[in-house]
Design a protein around this ligand. Structure first.
Ligand code: ADP
Ligand code: MG
Length: 245
């Protein structure tokens, strides 16, 4: 066993065929250590979302291998992948993707119901408390602010106690103060619960909360920074975007 929660080895993902081929990921090799928080940055279309989807078992690479907690995803059946997605990884998106007709509590319980498990009321309330929404359990999404809705989405991702939590621009639709609150929750999940966090962001201030920033350009890893400041990250991003195509 390694202390890597996720390992990608020479992962490529090609979309389309013949004349319309797009290489979204081009032989990406990356490891994410347990209990660390990594930000993924890069220009639009550089493969950030595809990287997350392949690492989370939501998409299958064209070539290469992905290992989550020692399980090689390449060899898994659709059923095996479904179980992995359900039990071992969590995902939050920029658009919160909550069901509007369900209360916060029912939204959080949904992954357990879909897995055919009876959601323990205490467990659901506990996760809502953890994201600071203990008193909003009976509210529907329309009765919550954007930051609160994203925290419900976070609670829903956490209810199965996943080893790895992926966020694809989870603070992209939030103002900076609420974004900061969500980032603090992600940071705490790595620090106090040892979960592995991988987050795509365009915001250098958000990325500076991570332990490490990985930069993608044209589907390749173009470099990384550890323990960087927002200013250092912003400078690197400007350099990346200035690279001629
Ligand atoms: P990012 O998240 O960095 O903006 P993506 O991973 O979404 O980038 O996309 C990387 C490249 O792959 C882009 O050129 C995009 O158009 C292409 N792509 C992503 N998903 C698909 C798809 N389902 N079909 C075809 N092309 C895709
Ligand atoms: Mg994207």
């Amino acid at each position: 066993m390694t202390d890597y929660a996720i390992q990608l080895r020479a992962v490529s993902r090609v979309f389309g065929a013949h004349g319309a081929r797009v290489t979204a990921l081009d032989r990406v090799s990356l490891g994410f250590r347990r209990g660390t928080f990594t930000a993924v940055m890069g220009p639009s279309g550089s493969g950030k979302s595809t990287l997350l989807q392949c690492a989370a078992g939501l998409d299958r690479p064209t070539a290469g291998s992905v290992t989550v907690g020692g399980t090689e995803l390449t060899g898994l059946s659709e059923r095996g992948l479904t179980l992995l997605r359900r039990e071992r990884v969590g995902f939050v998106f920029q658009s919160f993707n909550l069901l509007p007709s369900l209360t916060a509590e029912q939204n959080v319980a949904l992954p357990l119901r879909l897995a055919g498990r009876r959601p323990p009321k205490d467990g659901v309330r506990e996760v809502l408390r953890q994201v600071g929404l203990g008193d909003r359990a009976a509210h529907r999404p329309a009765e919550l602010s954007g930051g609160q809705q994203q925290r419900v989405a976070l609670a829903r991702a956490l209810i199965t106690r996943p080893e790895v939590l992926f966020g694809d621009e989870p603070t992209g639709a939030l103002d900076s103060r609420t974004g900061h609150e969500v980032l603090s929750l992600l940071r705490a999940m790595a620090d106090t619960e040892g979960r592995t966090i991988v987050m795509v962001t365009h915001d250098p201030v958000a990325a500076a909360r991570a332990d490490r920033v990985v930069f993608l350009v044209d589907g390749r890893v173009s470099g990384e920074l550890a323990g960087a400041t927002a200013a250092g990250i912003a400078t690197r991003l400007t350099e990346l975007e200035a690279v001629p195509c």
